[in-house]
Design a protein around this ligand. Structure first.
Ligand SMILES: Cc1cc2nc3c(=O)[nH]c(=O)nc-3n(C[C@H](O)[C@H](O)[C@H](O)COP(=O)(O)OP(=O)(O)OC[C@H]3O[C@@H](n4cnc5c(N)ncnc54)[C@H](O)[C@@H]3O)c2cc1C
Ligand SMILES: NC(=O)c1ccc[n+]([C@@H]2O[C@H](COP(=O)([O-])OP(=O)(O)OC[C@H]3O[C@@H](n4cnc5c(N)ncnc54)[C@H](OP(=O)(O)O)[C@@H]3O)[C@@H](O)[C@H]2O)c1
Length: 268
């Protein structure tokens, strides 16, 4: 049988099934999942929209949903004059988006050596791969405890993560796996809140250990980490982790921590 014309033209089209706006610069959305797409929780793919000239405008996006989910979820910035997100922020349920089904990335369990305590360290939309990994059963099967540190300038920017963590604890399947293993540590840096400060500072000063009642400092025998933020953040966190004796790993050479960029560039 012949394929419908639109699929012949672009076999990578998926349909938007849900859109949620969190702030004036952040939104999340869900799309249909190609039946053939297999990925590891924490990986990213290229997604996009057709530009005015018909050519696709594609960008890297972490898949925010876990590998077992029937749909795919994404968590996105809205860059006012960004080639993709100036358009993507207006998508509505039922509309098509382009998805290239070639998942890749280093924020995967395979790239870490076995450990006892896993740290997810994210700023801004760098939370996206952890939205996937927090809902991944392997995370909870492999580690005794997981600390999710997420830092944004303002409290509103933490809301997507806050709600996801709350829903996790209520989830009948994942909630049971998590038990009391999850420690969630959201902080702000430019708005007053219950917990404040940069992730780098809170790790080196020991504040996060004191606030959560955890054994510190970081120790390469016990601790593993996954990092996702701006280039500057990633660089500074890597220095902190190396300072505690942790070594960077990759898919081909698993070690103590792994890093992925949340975006390229340093100014909107
Ligand atoms: C491996 C990887 C994974 C990514 N995953 C995500 C994701 O899950 N969600 C997401 O929103 N973006 C993600 N990005 C960034 C994404 O690829 C695009 O840059 C973003 O969608 C903006 O596209 P644009 O065409 O509108 O603007 P671009 O021309 O791509 O970017 C314009 C400028 O906006 C700023 N910017 C871009 N993305 C962000 C961001 N996420 N947070 C803060 N500032 C930003 C940068 O200063 C950049 O120079 C990822 C990037 C990489 C490399
Ligand atoms: N967030 C907003 O409300 C907002 C609004 C308009 C435009 N923008 C622009 O959007 C771009 C991205 O902004 P963003 O807020 O998503 O990301 P960001 O600037 O990377 O900041 C996100 C969080 O990471 C922290 N951080 C930044 N660099 C760090 C480092 N080297 N080490 C440790 N922590 C670090 C920030 O703390 P500090 O606050 O201490 O830097 C902040 O809490 C920026 O160019 C910004 O000017 C942001």
């Amino acid at each position: 049988m012949n394929a419908p014309v639109s699929l012949k033209v672009n076999p990578d089209l998926q349909t938007v099934t849900q859109v949620t706006h969190w702030t004036d610069r952040l939104f999340s959305f869900r799309v249909t999942r190609p039946q053939s797409l297999r990925f590891r929780s924490g990986e990213f793919v290229m997604i996009g929209l057709a530009g005015d000239n018909g050519k696709p405008i594609l960008r890297a996006y972490s898949i925010a949903s876990p590998a077992w989910d029937e749909e795919l979820e994404f968590y996105s910035i809205k860059v006012p004059d960004g080639p993709l997100t100036s358009r993507l922020q207006h998508i509505e349920v039922g509309q098509p988006i382009i998805l290239r089904p070639k998942p890749v990335g280093t924020l995967v369990h395979d790239a870490l050596k076995p450990g006892k305590r896993l740290w997810f360290l994210a700023t801004g939309t760098g939370f996206a791969p952890f939205a996937s990994l927090l809902r991944e059963p392997e995370t909870w099967e492999k580690y005794d405890s997981v600390v999710m540190m997420h830092t944004c300038r303002e409290a509103g920017e933490l809301e997507y993560g806050r709600q996801l963590v709350a829903d996790l604890r209520d989830d009948p399947v994942i909630g049971e796996l998590i038990g009391d293993k999850l420690q969630y540590y959201p902080t702000t840096t430019r708005e007053q809140g219950p917990f404040m400060g940069r992730i780098t500072d809170n790790l080196t000063s020991g504040k996060v250990f004191a606030d959560l009642g955890l054994e510190g400092p970081l120790d390469p025998v016990r601790d593993r980490a996954m990092v996702c933020g701006s280039l500057a953040f990633n660089k500074d966190v890597a220095a902190v982790l190396e300072g505690f004796g942790l070594e960077e790993g990759s898919n081909s050479a698993p070690a103590d921590y792994v890093i992925e960029k949340a975006f390229v560039g340093d100014g909107v």
